[in-house]
Design a protein. Sequence first.
Length: 220
Amino acid sequence: MAELSFFTGTMDSGKSTLALQTDHNRTARGLHGRIFTSHDRAGEARLSSRLGLEQAAIEVDDSFDFWRYVVTELTAGARIDYLVCDEAQFYTASQVDQLAQVVDDLQLDVFAFGILTDFRSRLFPGSARLVELADRTHVLQVESLCWCGRRATHNARTEDGVMVVEGEVIVVGDITSEAERAVHAPEVGYEVLCRMHHRRRMTAARAHAVALGVDPLPFG
Ligand SMILES: Nc1ncnc2c1ncn2[C@@H]1O[C@H](COP(=O)(O)OP(=O)(O)O)[C@@H](O)[C@H]1O
Ligand SMILES: Cc1cn([C@H]2C[C@H](O)[C@@H](COP(=O)(O)O)O2)c(=O)[nH]c1=O
């Protein structure tokens, strides 16, 4: 039986790497897949991993129809055994419904990868629909860590180094390392945090400033 599988984890937990590995292992066994992504950091129609692997992919915008795409390809004689769908948090709920239809009515496996919540700790619509519809939801095994050492569960956004909780939901960007932050805090960056430090808006830089006594605790 074909399945709709959803693999989720914070930013930098290895989802894109697993997406590329999933495709690689199936291609190596003679299966034929299609790779999809949306707003990848490497640019349009690319699926990239921080480990340096990158692949061409089909860009999914809001008007893209998975069901129509697959049916058109199969009707034209193409062979498709599975779909790999990265950055699935950016897909619309209807697109996730189309993926479920592809699984049920065409018996193709669908492997979807994405973060669950945005910088405000609200579910992305695509991820919410995946949790509702997936046959299996897997949380990635490689744990990202908060600066305090706890498991990171939340994605924080920073603007000029300061954590923000208001703004556009989609802003493509990357995790900023401590070393990068020390030299230059980018306009928009991301940092993974545990829930407590996300609630308290306590990024690594802020914790450092508090420890040095130059920043008050965020109470009141
Ligand atoms: N220099 C490095 N050496 C080893 N592993 C790394 C390095 N840089 C990133 N990683 C690992 O790469 C993974 C992030 O990969 P990626 O697939 O891009 O994540 P995601 O798609 O979840 O954001 C993490 O598991 C991280 O530990
Ligand atoms: C939290 C959050 C993230 N994004 C963007 C930032 C990145 O471009 C991607 C996540 O990619 P990854 O492969 O999982 O690292 O999503 C966003 O647009 N809005 C957010 O709230």
